[in-house]
Write a protein of this length. Structure first.
Length: 398
């Protein structure tokens, strides 16, 4: 699979340091004046210390791999590399084996922009937009999850947001309409005049719309099109949903709305702009950005969903962002910090492990069966590490 780009940099960096240390040591023995011997000796010690740090953060991580991954599952990725154009690079969706990083299949696009995708146990659904047309410009393709073979394809004027797939139904939405398809055939089941839908659950569409401080969430019955309830004003449309509560985030405010009737459960001022939120069981995790952003003022918080009470808060990095969560582990990334990725224990915020800075700032693509898949915007390489220890599994090029 080749040497990972950052690992190659570590090898070159180390070779230079070794050469510098050797030359400094030679200088110690050949220098005739005590002050010259001292200078050469200081250079030699400095090179050895830097070399030791590079080894611990680079070589040890990369070479001390965990036991092989036992999962037989696939992960589906759209490479996020902002690389220079390359005629040998095929754009589109890639299915990768979690076990060893081998590419199982590719869905190649030509003159089409992949907007989003969703998957279930049988198929992967890819929403694409043609680049040269505005009429019927969206294409939704269903691919066999294991082989990548096309099972059906439909065109639609509705696109923009692929809400997901559940109970054999696909949901698409834009600023005017929500569109529900049969996941097995691509046949249209419903077309509901609900704008800006964010979630579909139990036959109900949840949408967030409005202007500035006059934002509200509405719940609409899919079959009848009747509005079931409208929430009190919320401060943003960053949303997370459970079976009983919907959380809205924006302008530093968190608002919890009861699913059954749209009433206010609780509201909390986080004290600064928030970037994202996620829910794990009965706990809500958020990140808060404090001004100035580059003074180590970033916060990660955990709150009770039932009452909004603060469970723990941890100061972390400059501009933290939630990368994912599973098995009581919360991943936090920060491209503006010297610690690009850390894992926190969800129950109390204790740091479990951190990712070596020598590898740059990764993105968390997904977490599957305790395996974290990372990618970088500067290359088409991906890496798999263990969720619980941060140890290395494999790397590959897409």
């Amino acid at each position: 699979m080749g040497i990972f780009p950052f690992m190659l940099m570590i090898w070159v960096y180390t070779a230079v340091l070794v050469l510098f240390a050797v030359c400094s040591l030679v200088g110690v023995f050949k220098a005739t004046h005590p002050w010259a011997k001292g200078i050469w000796g200081a250079f030699c010690i400095l090179a050895i210390l830097v070399l030791a740090g590079t080894y611990l953060t680079g070589f040890t991580f990369h070479l001390n791999a965990s036991a092989p991954v036992s999962s037989d599952r696939l992960v589906y990725l759209i490479p996020s590399c902002l690389c220079a154009p390359d005629s040998n690079v095929q754009n589109g969706l890639v299915a990768v084996r979690v076990r060893d990083g081998q590419v199982q299949w590719r869905h190649v696009t030509q003159g089409i922009n992949v907007i989003a995708f969703a998957s279930d146990d049988q198929r992967v659904y890819v929403l694409e937009k043609r680049l040269n047309t505005n009429d019927q410009g969206y294409i939704l393709t269903a691919l066999d999850a294991h082989s990548g073979h096309q099972t059906w394809q439909v065109t639609s004027e509705i696109g923009g947001r692929l809400l997901g797939v559940s109970d054999g139904r696909l949901t698409l939405a834009n600023s005017q309409t929500t569109f529900i398809l049969d996941a097995n055939t691509g046949k249209e089941l419903l077309r509901v005049p609900v704008a800006d839908a964010y979630f579909e659950q139990g036959g109900i569409l949840y949408a967030c719309a409005g202007f500035n401080s006059d934002l509200m969430i509405t719940a609409t019955d899919e079959i009848t099109g009747r509005t079931l309830w409208t929430s009190p004003p919320v401060f943003g449309c960053g949303l997370a949903l459970t079976s009983t509560v919907l959380i809205a985030q924006g302008n530093g405010m968190l608002t919890a709305i009861r699913i059954k009737d749209g009433s206010l459960l609780w509201q909390v001022n986080e004290g600064g702009p928030s970037s994202d939120l996620c829910i794990d069981g009965a706990t809500l995790f958020t990140t808060v950005h404090k001004i100035p952003y580059r003074n180590g003022n970033g916060l990660v918080t955990a709150r009770s969903i039932s009452g909004g009470s603060l469970l723990w808060r941890k100061t972390l990095g400059n501009y933290p962002s939630l990368g994912g969560f599973m098995d009581n582990s919360v991943l936090v990334t920060d491209t503006a910090s010297t610690i690009p990725l850390v894992a926190l224990r969800g129950s109390d915020g204790k740091q479990l492990w951190s990712f070596p800075q020598a590898y740059g700032s990764p993105y968390v693509e997904t977490i599957v069966d305790g395996v974290v898949i990372l990618s970088w915007s500067t290359s088409r390489q991906i890496m798999a590490i263990d969720l619980h220890t941060g140890s290395f599994y494999w790397q590959t090029t897409l």
